[in-house]
Design a protein around this ligand. Structure first.
Ligand code: PNS
Length: 161
């Protein structure tokens, strides 16, 4: 069984993330989307909400599971016999930090990282930009799935962003 993990903050999941997860799901038998629980940083959505949105939007793939984690990604992978981390590269500026993390994860946990090149449709896309745009009234439909759009709109209207 070839297993891979797609890790991230996913605050919230975007169409760019889903493009990578769906491509990973074609390359591996089982893909775990791992949502980082970051206790030192509060996001727009709670970890449970992020997991819920990811479960809703990846349910159709069939071989994707969604979990949250804290601590080291290599420990998460080792505990589940996952040998590969799948990450996306949007631009050259992503590369330097991603390379460092990949080398660290290889050295510390013998976990390989496979990079998928982002679909150019989403090369500018990030969760932070989506939140900022949406907060100031920008149209982010087409950048996030419908369920995320609803929750974003609701959160912003409630003024708790
Ligand atoms: O979506 P993000 O915030 O860019 O994702 C970053 C993430 C979660 C992949 C990275 O911060 C991570 O792997 N964190 C877990 C802690 C860890 O293993 N740190 C060492 C990385 S070499």
């Amino acid at each position: 069984m070839r297993k891979a993990v797609c890790p991230g903050s996913f605050d919230p999941v975007t169409n760019g993330h889903l493009d990578i997860v769906s491509r990973a799901a074609q390359l591996y038998d089982e893909v775990t989307v791992a949502v980082l629980i970051n206790r030192s940083k509060t996001g727009m959505f709670t970890t449970d909400e992020r997991v819920e949105m990811l479960r809703e939007t990846t349910a159709a793939y069939g071989n994707v599971v969604v979990e949250s984690f804290h601590g080291l990604l290599v420990d998460f992978c080792t505990a589940r016999s996952i040998g590969v981390i799948v990450k996306s590269l949007r631009s050259v500026s992503d590369f330097e930090y991603e390379l460092q993390m990949a080398q660290m994860n290889k050295g510390q946990g013998d976990i390989d990282t496979v990079f998928l090149v982002t679909n150019p449709l989403y090369s500018f896309l990030s969760s932070s930009l989506v939140k900022e745009f949406a907060t100031y009234g920008g149209d982010v439909s087409g950048l996030v799935p419908e369920t995320v759009l609803h929750r974003l709109t609701e959160r912003i209207e409630r003024g708790t962003s």
